[in-house]
Design a protein around this ligand. Sequence first.
Ligand code: NAD
Length: 490
Amino acid sequence: MTVASVRGLNPDFSDPALHAEGQYIGGRWLPGGGIPVVDPSTGAILAEVPDASVEQGLAAVDAAHAAAASWRATPARQRSEILRRWFDLMKEHAEELAVLISRENGKALADARGEVAYAAEFFRWYAEEATRIPGEFRTAPSGAQRILVDHEPIGIALLITPWNFPAAMATRKIGPALAAGCTVILKPASETPLTAFAMARLGEEAGVPPGVVNVLTTTRPGPVVSAILADPRVRKLSFTGSTPVGRGLLAEAAKSVVSCSMELGGNAPFLVFDDADLDAALDGAMVAKMRNAGEACTAANRFYVQDGIHDAFVEGLTRRMAALKVGPGTDPATQCGPMITRKAVQKIDRLVSDAVAQGARVRTGGVTLGGDGFFYPPTVLDHVPRDAEIAREEIFGPVAAIYRVADEAEAIQLANATEYGLAAYVYTSDLARALRVGRSLESGMVALNRGLMSDPAAPFGGVKESGLGREGGTTGILEFMEAKYYALEF
Ligand code: NAD
């Protein structure tokens, strides 16, 4: 079924009903229901999508397998042009996709527009990278032989994505996988499946052959994913989500020794030194904290601010956070949308209450907002005890917890006192200090005097329990390839 046949010649990609018509397996839309998609701004049900069984999961593997040989043999230039068309279509439908994301995820329209632009860039970047897959040719040090290294598509890839960036987390995986020559099964989060189905429709329009991209939604990810991973034709798991679920999936993948890329949770420190430009640090803090209303793996979770600038930073951040307009994601005036679920609000509330009970001071916010939507207000806490739960756990909400530090050594020691190691932020006007501190931070990414680091052309990923492997950049495509070494003598 093509997009045009579903809703006339100009389908409205922001229409939830358009994307709730079935699993997408082998280029066919298979009807079904069972998973309600809730609008976090109102609590109302937007649409219902199918709940895949284990059998449907395995049917997706069959479809990905049936398409694998011809996709692998498709010239890189042709794969590239399909990805490029998919990029163009995303740009053409950018506003409708942003509205759809905003409706099912709740994020403010400005954030949703930013996500669509970011997500589309992965298709453009990997359309370019598809034609530059590297190889290697060397003479062995012994002189005994020549070493030729080729890169081959790894095989069928299972892609599992979270709800916080429903478009970008999908394109960050589909882009390199298709560029590498792999066929995929995408399992989006049940909270935000509509964007994934909308993307699949655009992929169809772009010319992605049936079976190259399959999308299924399920409320039983455990058994469905285990069955898919146990199928020997599946050779890759690329997961973005929480560390506990990632840990379980690593164990599951180990049973059939499936290659894993893991983009997991974060607990980003945001370091502000006395010599920082205060306004720039506040601008950066607002972006690092409030993009997606704090529901980002890179979100600044712990603000370590040096004595000399601490009070001015707290005042400035409080003023800016208090001024934000909270409201439904699709209201153009909204700067902070709802959280994804009521449970998420309850978790944030618990972390804030615990910190306050231990002596933290609420400078603004700090009280759950009522109503049918899942809202939590922008909140600033200072005097937060360093060992409070809020310092150890991902807040995943609009709460800035600020800690006073005396010097560089203390800031680094506290920043590294976590099992996570995804992103970190450093504000200082001394370049040598910025690089010295950056080198000491245990994280995969460091933003220097910037509140945003995500870029499709850069390697995104974490160390410690924040993950394995990198997405994006020039190495992202290799996560979906295996090196093959040929020994030659001549
Ligand atoms: P989650 O781990 O609950 O779910 C992620 C995905 O895994 C969803 O599709 C979910 O349905 C699926 N899933 C859940 N249980 C499963 C199981 N037993 N077997 C197989 N699949 C299962 O995470 P979430 O709440 O959707 O997303 C938020 C988390 O994602 C945060 O921890 C955040 O830091 C992380 N995240 C990381 C990055 C990154 O690049 N490092 C990016 C975005 C989000």
